[in-house]
Write a protein that binds this ligand. Sequence first.
Ligand code: ATP
Ligand code: MG
Length: 328
Amino acid sequence: MKKIVAVGEIVVEIMATEPGDGFREPLSLIGPYPSGAPAIFIDQVARLGQPCGLISCVGPDDFGHLNMERLRADGADVSAVTVAPEGVTGSAFVRYRSDGERDFVFNIKHSACGRITRSTEGDRLLDSADHLHVMGSSLFSESIVALIRHAMDRVKARGGTVSFDPNVRKEMLTLSGMRAALETILGESDVFLPSGPELFLLSTATEEEDAIAEILDLGVTAVVLKRGADGASYYDGESTVHHPAFAVTEVDPTGAGDCFGATFVTAWLRGLAPARALRLAAAAGALAVTRKGPMEGTSTEHDIETFAARRHVAVTTSGMVSGTARGD
Ligand code: ATP
Ligand code: MG
């Protein structure tokens, strides 16, 4: 089975128990929950039974311990997660606004995450990898951008593939060289997984169709557009598949995109048909939003298969796709 590796932040998430605006007053919080987009992605891959590992850094504290234990217990290779003796594990405080938007207070760049560097363990993990997943949120400093570029070169030199979820925070786009780094990563990616308006982040187009054509022209094999509660779409230039979201009660949307992406990429690497891969990914995303806590939303292969097989939704396909509207 192909091994999937990611490089990036491990953090704990601490969330406000009541919706509202920001953190400018004392309020009730719940956490710590294991988190960090690449960590959630890798945890979901591990729960699907696919070999995987993460290159990251935590502090010698309970927040780091909590994350390491979860990833290890779920089957991820954490041999390249270093413990920085002087570091403190990253954190993210999150509060939902009543309109569903989120306010965050992040401590990532100046936490142990800022000490993620090239290491013997990291290179060893990359030398066993068949696929690298890149998260835009992980590109928070020049040194980690350089490490991710190194990881891409190393995995691609082995004949491996790359997927890219550009979930960049707005303030990161102002970092010098960020746009150029994102463009380079996109140009070398096999699978691109934007969410809603992120499709236009690295394109000059204003229409969805044009942006997809532009991205496929760069040499990207497949674009998978996440549309939240409106489902997801797959494009590879020859075929298109639209999968509506499964109807569930949303409890906490954080991490849905990571679980979706992890499941799609795993299914794609296993050689499943696009419609089937999209269906399983949509099931993983739907299951994720029903649970509170970002990494609490990851699911086993059995849970995802069972969920997808029991529900019927109208899938539309065009082109050369051979998919079915049912999970079985
Ligand atoms: P994240 O907040 O983790 O960055 P994202 O913006 O990258 O998320 P979304 O589009 O929100 O990704 O979610 C990914 C997929 O999960 C969707 O395409 C959909 O299939 C599923 N999903 C998301 N929200 C819901 C929902 N409320 N109900 C059912 N399915 C959902
Ligand atoms: Mg996202």
